[in-house]
Design a protein around this ligand. Structure first.
Ligand SMILES: CCCCCCCCCCCCCC(=O)SCCNC(=O)CCNC(=O)[C@H](O)C(C)(C)COP(=O)(O)OP(=O)(O)OC[C@H]1O[C@@H](n2cnc3c(N)ncnc32)[C@H](O)[C@@H]1OP(=O)(O)O
Length: 176
């Protein structure tokens, strides 16, 4: 992360600590409640520049016998970390994601995820995610990601037609 960082300022309209984060797309694989095969993560604003979520580790998420698949864990991190830029305003997309798998994560447990903005420089937002199984002093995974702010309307303009909810996006209807 660069040494020279911008000041972080909470967006006046973002969720307050404890409040749900506003969904960005109802069919998002990570947080969309209407995604047919998604993680259905419910996210809440945490203290400071953080977002928290809990995810039951279900059988369909299995990779090795009895434990979570690494790609599922990475997706969960991506989405929770990807929500943190909304605390300061702009939409942002992942350009870099690095995950440290520290302990096996068993099926049947509840994974507690917390993501936080570490810093911002220009369009780049540096984030960290941590996961545990109920004891925050014993993390089971940690992630670092860089998200780059975008003009969402322009960024998705070419692709929105392919969305399952293309009509609503094009009509500019809110997704909540
Ligand atoms: C409708 C509402 C939608 C809301 C959606 C948001 C919620 C999402 C929720 C979460 C959903 C889950 C999340 C998802 O699944 S997001 C889905 C996965 N991500 C993507 O699809 C992103 C694909 N990438 C791109 O489209 C372009 O790269 C973008 C547009 C992002 C930047 O291309 P652009 O041409 O515009 O800009 P630039 O290339 O000058 O780069 C800008 C700066 O960034 C730096 N940089 C670039 N790459 C890297 C890198 N790998 N490591 C380190 N740094 C990197 C670069 O050096 C530069 O720095 P600087 O020179 O300025 O210092």
């Amino acid at each position: 992360m660069p040494e020279e960082l911008d000041e972080l300022v909470r967006h006046p309209k973002t969720s307050r600590p404890g409040e749900p984060m506003r969904p960005h797309n109802m069919v998002c694989f990570g947080c969309g409640e209407q995604s047919p095969r998604g993680l259905h993560l419910e996210m809440f604003a945490g203290e400071g520049f953080s977002v928290v979520a809990e995810m039951p580790v279900e059988h369909w998420m299995e990779g090795g016998p009895g434990v979570i698949h690494g790609g599922i864990l990475s997706s969960a991190f991506d989405d929770v970390m990807g929500m943190t830029p909304r605390l300061i305003g702009p939409a942002a997309v992942t350009v870099h994601l690095q995950v440290d798998f520290m302990r096996p994560i068993p099926v049947g447990e509840t994974l507690h995820l917390r993501a936080e903005i570490l810093g911002k420089q220009g369009r780049k937002i540096y984030t960290e995610g941590v996961a545990h199984l109920g004891d925050p002093t014993t993390p089971v995974a940690r992630a670092h990601g860089i998200f780059v702010t975008i003009d969402a309307r322009k960024h998705f303009a070419e692709h929105v037609e392919r969305s399952a909810r293309a009509d609503e996006f094009k009509a500019g209807k809110p997704q909540v």
